[in-house]
Design a protein around this ligand. Structure first.
Ligand code: BGC
Length: 716
């Protein structure tokens, strides 16, 4: 049969038939090569570049993480694969497209503060379009780990501490990356990572052991992955962490029993970078061969970077330590994704789209909108913001004022710092005529001396209002970027105190990849805006909020502690045996500086009491809860109603409160809007046991929305 008429090449045949046909033609060596992924330009500083590696055209996949998208390299590698291999199987090219590709959107932790999943979807769709044009077929995103320890640098990559919110954002991200239409090829293949429990890294140290009870695993860490599988994510990445003694990348219970057998996931599982070899470091495998054996038998199909499958699977099969069926199943899963993406029909990326063009106008607009909706107004004493018309002399002080790279955050390798609007540029551009804006750096982000203090203090004294721009560099969060303290780095806290001591009102703008410790400086600040790492259009969005051209609407997706020592602290903690003030820290109490869900607006919203249709709900019906929110101020605004539940007495104790539903809506000044929550007992009121079985118990449930609460009963 001529090559072109072979069944696996026939796009009209059902996908499964093509997969089976191709598999049947492959030699063992070709199969094992398909299970290998190697680097082809990798700028993840944690991962040694593998560019020099001699590759074979039968390799399954490449990582394409270059700082400059290298479409020519991608197409050249692909040409070798499809033209110089016996069966012409195309490679799949993966990259870390995390919060944008060329256009950089806010970091995911910030995105989650918008409570706007539709913006997450749009940003992922935009990133998919940009990445696809540069030859990326597969993104290693969304990251849906849950973290409650902000020392862990990767908290920046999460959607915050709520499993409910992360699940909803995860679904939106998968739809954004992969595309909306059922039955068509995904735009990019999405990858749910890191499966599972990585966000619980001990002490916030990266790559560490995680001790997670089965109960906590099911209620905190697994839900976003389950949501992503349900949304149709094509791939999953196994995590680095040792989970209760069995590293996630060799954890059969996770990868096979839960992911495939219980959830029915049919896609591909890729290891994290070198995670198979790292089983040796973790004390779970004696040597490379055992590491490969344990990973593939647990359910890792594709070996990222370390080459152990390629090196050892042949011998492991001969020794019957790995079965032919296991290899075939893994190969089938990678082939399925390739067929699904249309790679056999379109292996190359059109070179015309390979030019390094600046971001598109509509994407920049989206980035600015998203940045503005992600920022959280934490404090606004005496309504000092928006900047009043009486302010004539404005000062911008601090090392983050004229910074560009820091605004991009981690994982923005294709983002260009020179294209970023800094806070200084943003404010300068939008400031009304006649207002003077002067800047002083004061000190470096980290290290350095106090030489700039005098100039900064003098400028503050000679100004009506100070915009104090403090925080972190891009390298201070993300992978392998944990900090032992959330304190402002270097001399920044000292600078803040010196500037505040002048008596000129100070608005603090915090640029960071995590909540930072503000206990010492907060009392001296008139207003505080969490800017996060807002991406390419960050400065423009900040200016709109400060100057009142937009009304802030972001709400925290993560609890903001007073001090590092309060970690872990999160909204869905369980109640303790004695009530306050028993059990509190003597120095700082146990309340955070800002609660999960906190966020101010330039207007005020009043809540009606919660209305419930009935006082009781049974498992086969739903119960409608409603609250009317009125904008009582003089500005239009957007309010997010966060619905929390509490089960005050249960067979397995439940959290003090737990986010269960949310909705945002614009409300014009003076207008009201009704927000509804259709409570579905099985979905919203049941909870998992340590084996993931959902339990629904009769009894009282408390419901909270804004300052309001109500009670109802579950009757079985
Ligand atoms: C990270 C992953 C990432 C991979 C590829 C790893 O070190 O943990 O999140 O997708 O590298 O760059």
């Amino acid at each position: 049969m001529a090559a072109e008429t072979l069944p696996y090449r026939n796009a009209r045949l059902p996908l499964e038939q093509r997969v089976r046909d191709l598999l049947g033609r492959m030699t063992l060596e070709e199969k094992i090569d398909q299970l290998h992924q190697c680097g082809a330009g990798d700028t993840n500083p944690n991962n040694l570049p593998l560019l020099a590696e001699q590759f074979r055209p039968t390799y399954g996949s490449f990582i394409l993480n270059g700082a400059q998208p290298d479409l020519a390299l991608r197409n050249a590698l692909q040409r070798k694969c499809v033209e110089e291999s016996r069966l012409g199987i195309p490679a799949i090219f993966g990259a870390d497209v995390i919060h944008g590709y060329r256009t950089i959107f806010p970091i995911p932790l910030a995105q989650a503060c918008s409570w706007n999943p539709e913006l997450v979807r749009q940003a992922c769709a935009a990133a998919a379009e940009e990445a696809r044009a540069q030859g990326v077929d597969w993104t290693f995103a969304p990251m849906v780990d849950i973290a409650v320890d902000a020392r862990w640098g990767r908290i920046a990559e999460t959607f915050g501490e709520s499993p409910c919110a992360a699940s909803i954002y995860c679904e939106a991200a998968v739809r954004g990356y992969q595309g909306l239409e059922a039955g068509t090829s995904p735009a990019l293949a999405a990858c749910l990572k890191h499966f599972a429990g990585y966000g619980n890294s001990e002490g916030g140290r990266d790559y560490s052991y995680t001790d997670i009870s089965p109960q906590r695993l099911w209620e905190m860490h697994l839900p976003p992955f389950a949501a992503g599988v349900k949304a149709g994510a094509r791939t999953v990445m196994s995590a680095y962490n040792d989970l209760n003694g069995v590293p996630a990348s060799a954890n059969r219970h996770l990868l096979t029993e839960i992911l495939r057998n219980r959830w029915g996931f049919e896609g591909l599982v890729v290891s994290d970078w070198n995670a198979v070899r790292q089983l040796i470091n973790q004390g779970f495998a004696a040597d490379e061969a055992e590491a490969a054996e344990k990973a593939i038998n647990a359910g890792v199909d594709l070996d990222m970077a370390d080459g152990l499958y390629r090196k050892h699977l042949g011998a492991l099969m001969q020794q019957t330590r790995v079965s032919p069926g296991t290899i075939d199943a893994a190969v089938q899963r990678i082939l399925r994704v390739k067929f699904d993406l249309g790679l056999f029909e379109h292996p190359f990326c059109p070179p015309a789209s390979g030019e390094d063009l600046p971001p598109r106008g509509d994407f920049l607009k989206l980035a600015e909108e998203f940045a503005a909706q992600s920022m959280v107004l934490l404090k606004n004493r005496g309504d000092i913001l928006p900047v009043a018309g009486s302010v004539c002399r404005l000062a911008m002080i601090g090392p983050l004022g004229d910074e560009k790279a820091a605004l991009l955050g981690a994982w923005s390798q294709q983002g260009r710092a020179h294209e970023v609007v800094s806070l200084l540029e943003g404010v300068r551009e939008k400031l009304p005529a006649g207002v003077q804006l002067r800047a002083a750096q004061g000190c470096a982000i980290d290290g350095g001396g106090r030489d700039g203090f005098a100039e900064a203090v003098a400028l503050a004294r000679d100004s009506d209002l100070v915009l104090l721009c403090l925080g972190e560099s891009a390298q201070m969060s993300g992978e392998n970027a944990s900090r032992s303290t959330l304190r402002l780095p270097g001399l920044q806290q000292e600078l803040a105190l010196a500037v505040a001591a002048t008596g000129t009102p100070v608005v603090l703008l915090v640029v960071s990849g995590r909540p930072v410790e503000l206990a010492a400086v907060e009392p001296g600040m008139a207003a505080i805006l969490a800017v996060w790492q807002p991406g390419t259009r960050g400065g423009a969005a900040v200016a709109d909020l400060l100057l009142g051209r937009r009304n802030p609407s972001g709400r925290l997706s993560v609890t903001w502690p007073r001090t590092t020592g309060q970690i872990p602290i999160y909204h869905n903690m369980r109640p303790r045996a004695r009530v306050s003030p028993n059990g509190e820290y003597q120095d700082f109490g146990t309340t955070p500086l800002y609660e999960f869900g906190h966020g101010l607006s330039y207007t005020r919203f009043a809540y009606s009491p919660i209305r419930l249709r009935r006082p009781t709900v049974s498992p086969d019906e739903t119960l409608q809860a409603e609250v009317t929110v009125t904008n009582t101020g003089r500005r239009d605004g957007t309010e997010t109603v966060l619905w929390f539940i509490r089960d005050p007495a249960a067979g397995i104790t439940r959290p003090l409160k737990e986010l269960t539903h949310f909705e945002s809506a614009a409300i014009a000044a003076g207008a009201s809007r009704v927000f509804q929550f259709e409570i579905n007992p099985a979905r919203d009121l049941s909870f998992p046991d340590g084996d993931g079985r959902r339990i629904l118990e009769p009894g009282e449930i408390l419901l909270f929305a804004g300052p309001e609460s109500a009670r109802f009963n579950v009757a079985l």
